[in-house]
Write a protein that binds this ligand. Structure first.
Ligand code: 6PG
Length: 231
């Protein structure tokens, strides 16, 4: 049964999104003394991460585990790198310790980088006695074609049912990406789509209605909740 998503429309997008993330962090820390969050990439999160760094200065970042929902296959200092964006807006300003950050190595062979990340998540889960890694919060964006993370329409990764992280070739970009798959995404306790004001309202409505042509429609956590934070 698809959990009904919470839809929040706000004129204070960065403030409300950052506040939402901080609330999720406090809840996870209260319940499990750890906060596992996956960051989304692209442009929309920039003001949100910037605001989060400002309001979360007293968060025990050493108790967080920061992963990335997807990454471009570029070096970490490349302008296209999601890690670089996160480092500049959140990780450096909030002084997040290196040990809390799990970077996808976009600079190496995509298949190896995906396997390495999968192995890292599997190890963390095993160390906690969990069958597989579960995020407290996964942030996701929405592309104009309805993609989310790097799960683009018509790409192979959409059909992955076992692995949590894969390398995905995206013909429209003529580029490889590293991405979470639906099995990992749909295992999260909470998923939050961060969608800026300029995003097509019709697309959002069709995804919310579950239009299967859009990969974002297949975000359907088995037990977790979904929130749409729309600017
Ligand atoms: C990426 C993102 C991607 C992004 C959407 C929306 O690596 O680009 O993970 O899924 O969230 O494309 O991008 P914008 O926020 O730039 O509109």
């Amino acid at each position: 049964m698809k959990a009904e998503p919470q839809v929040i429309r706000t004129k204070n997008f960065a403030d409300d999104a950052a506040g939402f993330i901080l609330d999720q962090a406090h809840r996870a820390l209260r319940e499990r003394n750890e906060f596992r969050i996956a960051l989304s990439g692209g442009n929309t999160p920039v003001p949100v991460y910037t605001r989060l760094a400002a309001i979360a200065h007293d968060l025990p970042w050493e108790l967080t585990r920061i992963t990335f929902g997807d990454e471009r296959c570029v070096p970490p200092d490349d302008r296209e790198s999601n890690f670089r964006m996160a480092r500049e807006t959140l990780l450096a300003p909030a002084a997040v310790p290196e040990k809390s950050i799990m970077r996808m190595r976009g600079e190496i062979d995509p298949q190896i980088a995906a396997q390495e990340y999968q192995d890292d998540l599997d190890l963390l889960a095993a160390q906690c006695g969990e069958p597989t890694y579960q995020h407290d919060l996964i942030l996701l964006g929405l592309g104009d074609d309805g993609h989310t993370a790097s799960l683009f329409p018509g790409t192979v990764a959409l059909e992955e049912t076992i692995r949590c992280v894969v390398a995905n070739f995206v013909p429209k970009l003529n580029a490889w990406r590293l991405t979470f798959t639906f099995p990992l995404i749909n295992r999260a306790r909470h998923i939050c789509f961060l969608v800026g004001a300029r995003k097509n309202a019709g697309l959002i409505q069709r995804v919310l209605k579950g239009d299967p042509q859009f990969p974002a429609s297949r975000v359907n956590p088995s037990t977790g909740n979904v929130t749409w934070m729309i600017g």
